[in-house]
Write a protein that binds this ligand. Structure first.
Ligand code: SER
Length: 314
């Protein structure tokens, strides 16, 4: 069967790279990119694009009607830092956007749905090191609350209606193609740009703030591997723990100095994102992803740093 894939939120940090990967795998005309904003990237010229707001049910319905997708990826969301500036909008977009898609996937018998969750589902009372798949979860950002509630809805639709919905709890994603979307982990991208521009960076997170991270190449490969896995092998229908490498701003700066020896790292004061970071895990146990669908990251800190510089210099 030919796949027909709809990606909602195609212009964001993940969507920009996921659409390209899916078009390579499934054919350009079979992957429909959708966003509320006009795409700036290759996306516009390499396949179909539609303006879609995931909160507009009629528009969404028309997209399902027109393309009869076999797979839908819902990436449209407000992230942790932006979400705190507009909590009600974050809740509305992250929650009702998901419910709209889950309902339409049932109506149109969409074979598979992908929806990303995040390390933000964990909170101050979750274990910080090698945070397990199942543990106390008390998120204190609207983003984290919406992702945790969304995970429960995904599992609910799977159990009640047999919907094949799959999800990953992404750590901070590091990439060079598109700008990050307003998260707490964005410092780990800004630092590369500033290192090249002025050999110094002022971090909005404090020294010692260790967070789970991943290079985008790994994230895209892992996402497609999860979507390609046998449905029977997927034992987690809320969202899988998933991780690449954990580091602090100073470890990242040490790695950057291997490329730019004069690089200096400073720290800003009292950024609200520090409190968010302090409530999140330092590292993640992703053994369910390894066991169920063979997940294994390829990029360690050295490899991702080298690849970031290689591409940003171009
Ligand atoms: N990168 C995201 C954020 O910082 C985590 O899911 O909000």
């Amino acid at each position: 069967m030919t796949e027909k894939i709809v990606v909602l939120g195609s212009n964001g940090q993940i969507g920009t790279e996921l659409v390209t990967a899916l078009r390579t795998a499934y054919g350009e005309s079979n992957v429909v990119a959708c966003d509320i904003r006009r795409p700036d990237y290759d996306i516009k010229n390499s396949g179909p694009f539609e303006f879609v707001n995931v909160l507009e049910k009629d528009t969404l319905n028309a997209i399902f009607q027109k393309y009869k997708p076999t797979q839908v990826y819902l990436l449209a969301a407000l992230l942790s830092a932006t979400g705190e500036q507009n909590p009600k909008l974050a809740w509305d977009l992250n929650m009702n956007g998901l419910l709209n898609i889950l309902d339409l996937a049932i109506t149109y018998k969409t074979a598979k749905v992908y929806w990303p969750s995040s390390i933000a589902v964990f909170g101050p009372n979750s274990p910080k090191d090698l945070t397990p798949q199942f543990c106390v979860m008390d998120p204190n950002t609207v983003y984290g609350i919406s992702k945790l509630a969304g995970e429960r809805w995904c599992e609910y639709y799977h159990q009640k209606f047999g919907l094949d919905v799959r999800s990953i709890r992404y750590p901070g994603l590091i990439s060079w193609k598109a700008a990050p979307g307003g998260g707490t982990t964005d410092y780990a991208i800004h630092i590369f740009h500033d290192a090249l521009k002025k050999a110094s960076y002022t971090s909005f997170l404090n020294a010692g703030t260790e967070l789970p991270m991943m290079y985008m190449d790994d994230a895209i490969r892992g996402t497609i591997e999860l979507m390609d896995a046998n449905a029977d092998d997927i034992t987690i229908r809320s969202s899988y723990n998933f991780t690449g490498v954990s580091f602090t701003p100073e470890t990242l700066a040490d790695e950057i100095r291997k490329h730019i020896p004069e690089f200096t790292l400073n720290y800003g004061a009292n950024d609200p994102r520090q409190q968010i970071a302090d409530s999140w895990p330092r590292s993640i146990d992703d053994s369910y992803a390894a066991k169920d669908w063979g997940w294994k990251p390829e990029f360690d800190l050295g490899k991702l740093t080298a690849d970031m510089f290689k591409n940003l210099k171009k």
